[in-house]
Design a protein around this ligand. Structure first.
Ligand SMILES: *Cc1c(COP(=O)(O)O)cnc(C)c1O
Length: 547
């Protein structure tokens, strides 16, 4: 299926395909509004653009840099320049920091990229403020001149209404709600695993008073929530009734927005450091769950940013670390870490309750959904050695990815992948696995050394960065990504710092969080069953647009 609008007006990096080979030639608008491809795959541009003049971007403000980068992926015929500028300005004007994503110097050649200055205090705001404004822009345009409240998909006559359904392990939910609350023609339903998110995260989501927001607490894990969302996207009945929109990092617009801060922090480093010059290589270290954040780093690297390595930092849910060590991508480790990993014994399907609860819950996942996108690049580079044309390569890569994902679904894993594929992956990536005790130790050591308070996810990254510095030395600067404000994960921070001289949690607690407690909360508990959720979502949309 190809959009017929994209022929002349779009470059190869402005049209999109599915990682499983079922779609190609799609417009950006289609990709943003659909989220997930009909064949179950994820959307990618046909080609990653090379940014030949990236060095000339070094003094741009965050919004101006975002405009340059996003323009490479979004055709002017879809979003005119002035409109794109407006969307970007609205998205980043909500941040508390002037620089949007400031770079802090920790010590030696280690820097911390603070991504938590948006409305919900996690890095997800960087993408979801943008995605919310993008949804609004497309809907306003579709509905121009149309009357009435809105329509369900099976009543196609009038307004286009989007039902955004997302799963969250805590941070996506609050960031999505901040990005979409009160927006016209959008319903937002957020599923979180009941009792498995931090009290602040829960309060942030459930205290939102806007009528277009519904919170569902699912009696299951985050992976269950993610599976329910996927089931809804794949269900013909749901798609007949609703126009679904995705806010999870399966939405390509999120990856796109995140590319910006890799470039921005690189330039910040050049301004801060007396020894680092534009053109020198840097390592990025990224606390990783669904592989969305670090995938944006891979895009930046492929666009031309001088990256020495991207270091994946996982917690004890270490499927990615195991892949990079063994070439096998498996929900459960082959040689049973049962005691340590908390995984169930043979005979029980791994994803029943597979992810271990750790101190960095936003990374408690069994399978990283965006890893499929990296697999597509690895497959396409592998098949390209056959010397055929792009069309053949794309098709072969799609088939390869579809086969891997089928094994993941039916057998719980796949691999080992070919040695050439793994070697190729290791050219750009390294991985580290960080345990809970190590996470606490780094929070404590960093506080003792420089008085800086890390959140537990950021601490997983910093621990990995310290190991990487140990192995490659101080000459390569490390930028470690800070993905959340420490006050969002009070439990872990207090555990690490209790009894430390001079530490007072009240000092890191934003006033906004104190006030959350007093607000009224709205949330419904639902069973871990996708059909139940379907009925609830349909009812909510009907309530808003009229049954
Ligand atoms: C979502 C999240 C992550 C993981 O990001 P991915 O894009 O899923 O890899 C890490 N830290 C925090 C605080 C998060 O909210």
């Amino acid at each position: 299926m190809a959009d017929n609008t994209t022929e002349q007006t779009h470059t190869e990096s402005q049209i999109f395909l599915s990682t499983r080979g079922g779609d190609y030639g799609l417009s950006f608008e289609t990709v943003v509004l659909k989220g997930l491809a009909a064949d179950g795959g994820l959307f990618l541009p046909h080609r990653i653009p090379t940014a030949n003049d990236w060095q000339s971007w070094k003094d741009l403000s965050y919004p101006d840099l975002a405009f340059q980068i996003l323009s490479l992926y979004i055709a002017r015929s879809e979003i005119p320049a002035e409109d794109l500028k407006g969307i970007i300005d609205r998205s980043y004007s909500t941040f508390r920091a002037e620089e949007v994503t400031p770079l802090a110097h920790l010590h030696d050649n280690l820097y911390l990229l603070e991504l938590f200055h948006g409305p919900s205090y996690s890095f997800k705001d960087c993408a979801l403020q943008f995605l919310g404004n993008l949804f609004e822009y497309f809907l306003v345009r579709k509905n121009e001149g149309k009357e009435g409240k809105g329509q369900l998909a099976d009543r196609p006559a009038d307004r286009h209404h989007l039902a955004v359904v997302g799963a969250t392990s805590g941070d996506t939910g609050s960031a999505a709600i901040e990005g979409l609350r009160g927006k016209k023609d959008v319903t937002v339903v957020i599923l979180h695993p009941k009792g498995r998110i931090s009290p602040i995260q829960e309060a942030q989501m459930t205290s939102c008073p806007d009528a277009n927001v519904l919170n569902l607490a699912v009696t299951g894990t985050f992976d269950d929530c993610q599976d329910i969302v996927k089931a809804l996207f794949n269900d013909p009945e749901t798609n007949k009734k609703l126009k679904l929109g995705a806010v999870n990092s399966i939405n390509f617009a999120r990856i796109l927005a995140q590319i910006v801060y890799y470039f921005y922090s690189y330039f910040s480093l050049a301004k801060k450091s007396s020894t680092f010059k534009v053109g020198d290589k840097v390592r990025f270290v990224v606390p990783t769950g669904n592989f969305g954040d670090i995938l944006a780093g891979y895009f930046a690297y492929r666009m031309g940013l001088p990256v020495d390595k991207l270091v994946i930092a996982t917690n004890e849910n270490d499927i990615l670390d195991r892949f990079f060590k063994t070439g096998r991508y498996e929900k459960k480790p082959a040689h049973g870490h049962e005691a340590e990993g908390g995984l169930k014994k043979d005979g029980v399907e791994a994803h029943e309750d597979g992810a271990k609860e750790t101190l960095s819950p936003a990374m408690d996942i069994l399978v990283s959904s965006n890893f499929e996108r990296l697999l597509w690049f690895l497959a396409s580079e592998f098949v390209a050695t056959a010397g055929m044309d792009d069309e053949w390569n794309n098709k072969q890569a799609g088939q390869e990815v579809a086969a891997w994902l089928k094994d993941l679904k039916t057998k719980g894993g796949f691999g080992p992948v070919y040695k050439d594929v793994l070697d190729n992956a290791r050219k750009s990536f390294e991985s580290e696995r960080v345990s809970d005790p190590q996470t606490l130790e780094t929070i404590k050591a960093t506080y003792q050394k420089i008085g800086y308070v890390l959140d537990p996810h950021t601490s997983v990254g910093v621990t990995a960065a310290l190991r990487s510095i140990n192995s490659v030395g101080q000459s390569v600067p490390h930028i470690s990504l800070s993905t959340a404000h420490p006050a969002k994960f009070a439990g872990a921070v207090e555990l690490a710092l209790k009894g430390e001289q001079g530490f007072d949690f009240a000092k890191v607690l934003p006033q906004e969080f104190v006030e959350l407690e007093k607000k009224e909360k709205r949330v419904s508990t639902v069973n871990n069953d996708w059909q139940t959720v379907r009925d609830v979502v349909i009812k909510q949309v009907e309530k808003e647009v009229g049954a």
